[in-house]
Design a protein around this ligand. Sequence first.
Ligand SMILES: [Cu+2]
Length: 247
Amino acid sequence: MPEVASSGSEPTRDVWPTKGPKAKPAGLLITFGIALALIVGVGALFYGETYRSPSGTEVAKSVGTATVNGVTVPHVTLHFQTYPDSTGIVNGVPIHPSGNSGWPAYGLTNSYQVPAHALVTVYVRQYDSGGSLNNPWFATVRGTIDGTAIVDGKVVKSISPNDVGHTFTVRATPGTDPGFFLSVPLPAVDGDNQTDNGKYHTVVFSFVSGSKGLYAWNCEFPCGEMLASFGGPMSAYGFMSGFINVA
Ligand SMILES: [Cu+2]
């Protein structure tokens, strides 16, 4: 290890506070008041915009048990879609009632619930067009059983990084399994089509859920607008992001 030399001429921390004007208590109070108002105001703005899907949380369906590494665990399934726009309707209510119907979105909901330490098999219909990832790392299937996914009936470990519609990328949050990570690329279709008569890719994958807690998911394909396509639906909660409640 190289030794770190010190010149010894720098002022110690004790020297610094004596320089510069002293802050006036009244000025400080006003500054603090403005800061507090801003924090509350911005907080209220975000709280008011908290998105909740009209179809609520999709609770994984039990399909029995499975054996993973010699251990018998519950086996459940989830089904969701990725749409090129947000015009989808659930029981007469748009998926995204707040507008921005032109933005791509996961549906019918962005909120999922699975049991802890269960085998979860996910069925996705991907209806959206796409393009190139910023980071080809996300073109590889990660965190699933065998590191594979089944795309249109074919087992794959990765897809082309230049032909991605969205990704389903799940991370642990504080208090959950720190190492949990799952990322599955969803290939793009040529052109946009949201109807069952149109084009879509089916992607099926299985993973073992972690311990109880909330896990965050988001899309890593820049499918938004502005900000290098990471704005709009990529930064507004609920279109390309959500939570998995491991209960
Ligand atoms: Cu996306």
